[in-house]
Ligand binder design. Structure first.
Ligand code: 5AD
Ligand code: SF4
Length: 472
């Protein structure tokens, strides 16, 4: 089979990884990547269901492709990801020109599904079982573990990669759709993870990010022994070519001293922890079913900062959750003031049908109030981010160079010179990342991409450090 495909990805890192894997599968099946939707024969949307807004955008993008489909009757239009699992055949009803709906637990069937549609033109629905209505084991088996060969050209750059260490989520926070659409928590075996990381290292990867919805819940039983995230970090740390290891996202329960000690003691494990609080109010946390109190969360942040020198802690917050009062919101403001996160992702609550919150509580905080709280919290956080960054002025930082900065790429395109054509010794604006995940912008030759170098920080902004290279 030949033809071109285009995948448009929204959502979290899980989706970015799934798109990479899907691309590899399609290439293996004989397809080639298209540079834009316009000249593709297969268009896939990898979707997110965490907030309504993300779904609305995908439905209107699919709607706009009706003409594409009319002008190209043998084109294939598919919906992958969380919205596919959540809405299932509703997608065909809302957009009859869609050919394929495939959930995140069914990606191993993607190439086969596309090939069969190309042949018989019959729409296909590939989704996993609904976990509420069926026995656990059956449901788990229906979210199939998908472990293909990794394919370097499908990644943004050849020296950084994500590795999934677990599927699904068992936390069932009341606002969240993820446990329904990504299925039950299942940890991959350490042997399988190690083999994948070794393969990536051979392909030239120096930084691995281990991903899962709640990575610190990682548990794998091996010969009667329970292996945890700390065991996994110890196991992969000796892999020679790997220089940096990160992991996201952590859940605020189950960060034990052994794990914190492991992060501190293993030099390749970066001092960076993303550990969402979601709210600073105990009563809101109870309604969210988060299973910790603010006192416990504050103590945890203190423990992390004491245990790991130079650590950066980041968080997520939902504002305007059902019934959130001014007072409850002020408690979130206080938490942010006190914890001094490196940065926070702030979201306005979006009710998700099928979750406990949607069933139990009205979505009663007006949009204007949600917006105002979002802005206030963001302003507070940005001020803290700027202050923390200023502490870096005059310091040396070790960075992994990621490549040419977005601004520099725009300029190169404007003056008609592609990034690849830039002479390797010519100085352009590059970006890199510190161990604590801060972005550093500096001038240097593009050949530095993928290397770990030292720069001096000379200036800062809320989201960026500006550096100068050490004289060589
Ligand atoms: N509304 C708004 N934000 C949400 N998140 C998860 N569910 C919702 C929702 N229904 C946020 C949480 C989570 C992040 C990935 O998305 O903050 O940590
Ligand atoms: Fe959603 Fe909570 Fe699971 Fe995170 S831990 S994916 S917020 S249910």
């Amino acid at each position: 089979m030949s033809g071109k495909f285009y995948i448009e990805t929204v959502g979290c890192q899980m989706n970015v990884l799934d798109s990479e894997l899907a691309m590899s599968e399609l290439v293996k099946a004989g397809y080639t990547p298209a540079v834009s939707k316009r000249n593709a024969d297969v268009i896939l949307f990898n979707t997110c269901s965490v907030r309504q807004h993300a779904e609305d955008k995908v439905y209107s993008a699919i709607g706009r492709l009706k003409h594409w489909k009319e002008s190209k009757p043998d084109g294939i239009l598919g919906v992958m990801g969380c919205m596919a699992q959540k809405d299932q055949d509703i997608i065909f009803r809302r957009a009859p020109h869609v050919d394929l709906v495939i959930g995140p637990g069914q990606l191993h069937r993607l190439a086969d599904a596309v090939l069969s549609i190309a042949e018989d033109r019959k729409p296909r629905l590939e989704v996993s079982l609904n976990r509420i209505r069926r026995p656990q084991d059956e449901v788990k088996a229906s979210f199939e573990q998908y472990d293909p060969q990794r394919f370097a050209p499908m990644r943004d750059n050849p020296f950084q990669a994500m590795v999934r260490i677990m599927f699904g989520c068992n936390k069932f926070c009341s606002y969240c759709i993820v446990p329904n659409v990504r299925g039950p928590e299942q940890s991959r075996s350490p042997a399988e993870i190690e083999a994948e990381i070794r393969q990536l290292a051979e392909q030239g990867c120096v930084e691995m990010t281990l991903i899962g919805q709640t990575v610190n819940s990682y548990r794998f039983e091996d010969a009667g022994k329970i292996l945890t995230l700390a065991d996994l970090l110890e196991r992969i740390h000796p892999i020679e070519k790997i220089r940096r290891i990160r992991f996201v996202t952590s859940y605020p329960v189950g960060m034990d001293d052994r794990l914190l000690g492991t992060i501190r003691d293993l030099p390749k494990v970066m001092p960076f922890i993303h550990i969402p609080a979601q709210s600073g109010s105990d009563t809101v946390l109870q309604r969210m079913r988060r299973h910790y109190t603010i006192e416990e969360y504050r103590r945890l942040i203190d423990r992390i900062k004491t245990a790991i020198p130079g650590v950066a802690v980041t968080s997520d917050f939902i504002v305007g959750f059902c019934g959130e009062t001014d007072r409850e919101f002020e408690e979130t403001m206080s938490l942010v003031k006190d914890c001094r996160f490196k940065n926070s992702f702030i979201f306005k609550y979006s009710t998700r049908p099928g979750t406990k919150a949607a069933e139990l509580y009205p979505d009663d905080v007006p949009e204007t109030v949600k917006k105002e709280r979002n802005n206030r919290l963001l302003e507070l956080q940005n001020g803290i981010s700027a202050e923390l960054n200023r502490e870096f002025v005059g310091k040396k930082v070790e960075i992994l160079v990621e490549g040419i900065s977005k601004n520099a790429v725009k300029n190169l395109i404007r003056i008609g010179s592609g990034a690849a054509e830039t002479a390797s010794e010519e100085t352009v604006q590059l970006t890199g990342r510190t161990p604590c995940d801060r972005i550093v912008v500096f001038d240097g030759p593009p050949r530095l991409a993928g290397r770990i170098i030292t720069v001096n920080v000379v200036e800062t902004a809320p989201f960026t450090l500006f550096g100068e290279r050490e004289p060589q």
